[in-house]
Write a protein that binds this ligand. Sequence first.
Ligand code: NBP
Length: 478
Amino acid sequence: MSKKSDFGLIGLAVMGQNLVLNVESRGFQVSVYNRTTATTDEFLAKHPSKKLVGAKTLEEFVQSLATPRKIQIMVKAGAPVDAVIEQLIPLLDQDDIIIDGGNSLYTDTERRDAYLAGKGLRFIGAGVSGGEEGARKGPSIMPGGPPSTWEVMKPIFESIAAKVDGEPCVIHIGPGGAGHYVKMIHNGIEYGDMQLICEAYNIFKHAGFSTDEMAGIFNEWNDGDLQSYLIQITGKALEQKDPETGQPIVELIVDKAGQKGTGQWTLLNAAENAVVISTINAAVEARILSSQKKQRVAASKELQGPTAGSAGILAGLSKAGLVKKVHDALYASKIISYAQGLDLIKTMGEKKDWGLDLGRIAAIWRGGCIIRAKFLNRITDAYRSNPSLVNLMLDPFFKELLNITQQNWREVVSIASLNGIPCPAFSASLGYYDSYRAARLPANLLQAQRDFFGAHTYERIDKPEGQFFHTEWPEVIG
Ligand code: NBP
């Protein structure tokens, strides 16, 4: 092909290949490059009729692109991104655009943004969510960078993104690392959603439900207010049988969860910003504990739990009654998880002066991405009607929902606790709800303790705010 390509992509692993096919399917000619050139050859051979240009070297790749060049990097996050950028720099011209579409840490994006700007190049750090299928059919895209660079990329991004109610699931998130930051929190929320679903499954399992029964519950929930991609795939995963044994494949999978880091990055950032994300925290820690399989198996023989068993879970309850209670616990906890994640985005957005629009961010999560869910419409509405909403829980719709579901939510946490079933995310969510709505917490005693051992002082309820006091506490011997 002699025509120069509209778009170039480096990194033909699962995400890169599918994104290329998506971009090409929207009428763009795409040049591709992969470090291992055999992968490029195989990819081109598989798609002979597409408007694709394969390059064996980066020089060839860069020369095949129309200027200003638009080059998306889809390689493993971290050092490989820097390596590719370094190789590209000498080959590019002023104002060419590099897009990092991987799961890069937002601080790396900020560093790269400043570095490339110093070289006269333009940079976009774009989070892409939706896995393989999203990349191929339409992901949710979270780009950050200068608005003028976004304007150049907008036609391509808008054409490849998922669409909901005719709106593309991509907006300019904000400057610098804002796009990758929001993608990171999206992933943290994804951790929370997944763990909450797993806790619901675990309660059902301990209550003696068959895997097929559980598949039916999740399939039914997917027709209601919990409708979401993750609920949908949970139902499908539970239905799946192992061809070798005929057993549900889920029950044959080792209970050790992996993680790639975005959840832990979210926790670190929340701690740095003093924002509570206890549901996401519980989800990340649940994965960590799950991975300590040997220790858990050993401890299961040493540490006692209650003896109630499945009769205890269903005591006085029909199966349908338990299903309704767990549904409400899941729904309420999910609201808390989003409230926390959005609180973190809001706090960080204000600190960095990114000008983030939470309603529009929730709107682009409605399609394409892993956390896509019916209730994101409600989150969008909440921020559209009140852009300065302090916490999602205070929106009238969610406030009412938490009120309606709370009794069942409390009962599920109690049932799980009394039966020794771990539900760290359900209970962390409830703990957050009860702490947030408490006009007085026991931190008065905590301040007394701090003042006792460290003369850290305290404020008094009967004196103006900002006046600090110290008590001469009795001496403690021994
Ligand atoms: P991987 O994250 O598995 O990366 C593999 C790609 O990176 C291959 O093309 C590989 O080339 C290339 N690469 C590596 Br590794 N080191 C390189 C280097 N030093 N120089 C040049 N290329 C190098 O691919 P992926 O799963 O498609 O993900 C791509 C990005 O998208 C990641 O940041 C990932 O976190 C993110 N993401 C993934 C998903 C998902 O569902 N997989 C979803 C959303 C976002 P080679 O073929 O020569 O080894």
